[in-house]
Design a protein around this ligand. Structure first.
Ligand code: NAD
Length: 250
């Protein structure tokens, strides 16, 4: 497998969508996972289903005090932190850039970007103490291609790519690898909500002729990339941006 046996991971937004798939994939690769999510019910339910190798940590990662508390909770649960999947994110209020509010900008950037800075700041001292670690940040094809109506979200997602590249350079000396992923259209609760697709309704809805692979992706397909980037096979991979998008970003 990937050499993730008994590695300890933090997955932010780990209770839904891509984060939930990441949690499940890392568990199946032998890791222990701290599910950090502001949706306490979903986090507890998922951790309960997985059992002793997972723990739910209820936190709002846009709050610096919560980030610190969540990191301490992860350490007290499993004693170390090897992997961070910085993944929680929101779209915010849709609408054109001309007309976007300061409040929406601040909310999107504090949940999507500032949280990643704070989470990296919180886990790196522990990774240094342990002699290394690995970080994966969920960006988006939406930050690479123009995203009309989602400009603030797009800007926040490209900012994460910049963070990943610079953090990779700064942390290489500490044997900490940092990479970003760019999912495309992925069938998650957030994706269904923005398109008003009812849960469970699948027939034909995810066919998409505009995509080279002709369909929307699954969260599990994104999680496979996360597990690979965390694993030993990616030991010389840092500062990269990996599309998992069925060709959307070409
Ligand atoms: P989702 O809404 O299904 O899951 C996100 C999870 O994050 C939820 O459990 C939510 O409670 C949690 N969360 C949100 N804000 C939080 C906060 N402040 N503190 C703690 N937890 C918080 O969304 P998803 O579609 O799985 O998206 C996950 C990530 O993937 C996001 O960063 C998103 O931008 C990115 N992404 C998604 C798609 C897609 O098509 N679904 C495409 C590209 C990128």
């Amino acid at each position: 497998s990937f050499g993730l046996e008994d590695k300890v991971a933090i997955v932010t937004g780990g209770a839904s969508g891509i984060g939930e798939a990441s949690t499940r994939r890392l568990i199946s690769a032998g890791a222990k996972v701290c599910i950090v999510d502001m949706d306490g019910n979903a986090a507890e339910k998922l951790a309960g289903e997985i059992g002793s190798r997972a723990t739910a940590i209820v936190a709002d990662i846009s709050d610096p005090a919560d980030v610190e508390r969540a990191t301490q909770a992860a350490l007290s649960a499993f004693g170390r932190i090897d992997l961070l999947h910085s993944n929680a994110g929101i779209i915010g209020e849709p609408g054109p850039i001309a007309g976007a509010s300061a409040a929406n900008f601040d909310r999107v950037f504090s949940v999507n970007v500032r949280s990643a800075v704070l989470m990296i700041g919180a886990v790196v001292p522990e990774m240094r103490r342990q002699g290394g670690g690995s970080i994966v940040i969920t960006a988006s094809v939406g930050g690479i291609r123009p995203s009309p109506g989602l400009g603030i979200y797009a800007a926040s997602k490209l900012a994460l790519v910049a963070l990943a590249k610079t953090a990779a350079v700064e942390l290489g000396v500490d044997n900490i690898r940092v990479n970003a992923i760019a999912p495309g259209l992925t069938d998650t609760p957030a994706f269904r909500a923005t398109r008003q697709i009812p849960a469970g309704e699948d027939e034909g809805i995810f066919d998409n002729v505009a995509l080279p692979l002709g369909r929307v992706g699954s969260p599990a397909e994104v999680a496979n990339m996360v597990a690979w980037l965390f694993g030993d096979e990616a030991s010389y991979v840092t500062g990269g941006l990996y599309h998992v998008d069925g060709g959307l970003g070409v």
